[in-house]
Design a protein around this ligand. Sequence first.
Ligand code: PMV
Length: 365
Amino acid sequence: MKSLTEKFKSEAIREIPASGLSGSVSWQSPSNIALVKYWGKREIQLPMNPSVSLTLQEAHTTTKTAFSISKIRREPVLDYRFEGEPNNAFQARILKYLNSIEEFMPFLRNIELVIESSNSFPHSSGIASSASAFSALALCLADMENKLRGTESYGSEFFNKASFLARLGSGSAARSVYPGAVLWGETDALADSSDEVATGLYDSMDEVFKSFRNVILIVDPRKKTVSSSAGHDLMNANPFAEQRFDQARRHTREIIHILKSGDLHAFSELVEYEALCLHAMMLSSRPGYFLFAPQTLSVLNRIRSFRSETGIPVAFTLDAGANVHFLFPDENQDEVFHFIDTSLKEFCADGKYLSDRVGRGPQKL
Ligand code: PMV
């Protein structure tokens, strides 16, 4: 069977209208939090194991673009602004990205592009913005392609292409183009799953998870000391890598089942174990490193005590960083927010946390 990479290459539009094309497209796209983690990759952002995430609602990137496509072929001309200001580091990363996806979108060699991007979450919150940023940008690019094709179609083909393009910017961004629970990577638990794109699982989620809450406890707002890409690379020589990839394949099958069944006890057991296994991979890399802080461990202990004392099915998970994602059912929000304010806030930098929930996916503006 033809890979999506080949399909998108062969279907790429190569004809530019004689009079050119200009316009603007804007998308808002959310961040996501992985339940089963992607950690380790091969080639261009292909995962070593499948992962499953929950798309968030409040933490998102808004990307507004104005484009002009002409017959002149050259490098993409980009004017990029982040929160109203030029940003050289982001500008360089996006130019590199645009050049890297040119074989799927040849019109990027004919484009003048102005991008205005902003995040709903504070700059120094330690929240990785690459998932929301690259998914918002990929949706804009797929939309420009729609315009070149003269269609206004936002069906499954559109989101499939956007997920593919988002993945090439940042792996976890592939999952942000869909609402609710999202799978990225091939698994025998789901026919048509693919390493090249994500697949939405929203329709098969139990209702309890569709309204799940996620509070991000900002334990340390600083930029992490080891980037995700360095972390993925260190997996190449990790002595436990193969066992980890097999384990994540099993966990993917389990979480898909749990998300369908609504089993909250199984959910917290598996999701917390996954978070700890992700950090175990960091500890056992060479050189070994850790991204959690002393306060992270205090928060995790308190969350576990709260669960065993109250019976409320809360769960924690961690990203590649010190902040804690605190997951719980919507119906328990009163007790849980009281617990956060009285027992967890003291471990957060300036008492800061962000309240979020499982989201409805990206929005065209
Ligand atoms: O998409 P990246 O390269 O930033 O990697 C994300 C890695 C984790 O956030 C730790 C796990 C995940 O699946 O999102």
